[in-house]
Ligand binder design. Structure first.
Ligand code: FE2
Ligand code: FE2
Length: 142
């Protein structure tokens, strides 16, 4: 989603919160299947979780960098460092997803390295979303 909705706190926060809660639910499934040693099903769930973060969060990050962040910078050039830090968060998420995809394709299995990176994504996304909401978005009614 892009355009005006990214500029509104309520709409933008609901995009964040929806992706995080679905990501948490899928991660729990991956972890349970991995713990049970159900390798085939764990791999299927892990592929679904990769797709979830790519379609819901990386696509969102791409749209922010293409439009929302640029307009924030035009409004206020002093936001440059803040925006660079938020872009680095996006870059870290892309790195973590690329690492997971490489590991899943090489091993064809979920291993602890993959679980660790999924957990890192889950925590990083929440910190990033909180900062973005606090630093770039103001209450819809203000
Ligand atoms: Fe973002
Ligand atoms: Fe966002």
């Amino acid at each position: 989603m892009s355009g005006p909705s990214l500029h509104k706190l309520t709409a933008h926060k609901s995009i964040h919160d929806g992706a995080v809660s679905e990501g948490r639910d899928l991660l729990e499934i991956v972890e349970k299947l991995h713990q049970k040693g159900n390798k085939k099903q764990a791999k299927i769930a892990a592929d679904a979780l990769v797709e979830h973060w790519e379609t819901r969060t990386i696509t969102h990050a791409d749209a922010e960098e293409d439009g929302f962040y640029k307009s924030k910078l035009e409004e206020n050039p002093e936001m440059e460092l803040t925006l660079a830090m938020l872009k680095r968060d996006h870059a870290l998420l892309r790195i973590l997803i690329a690492d997971i995809k490489q590991s899943l394709s090489e091993q064809n299995n979920v291993n602890q390295e993959v679980i660790d990176r999924f957990r890192a994504i889950y925590v990083l996304v929440q910190i990033h979303n909180r900062d973005e909401e606090q630093l770039l978005l103001t209450n819809d009614f203000s």
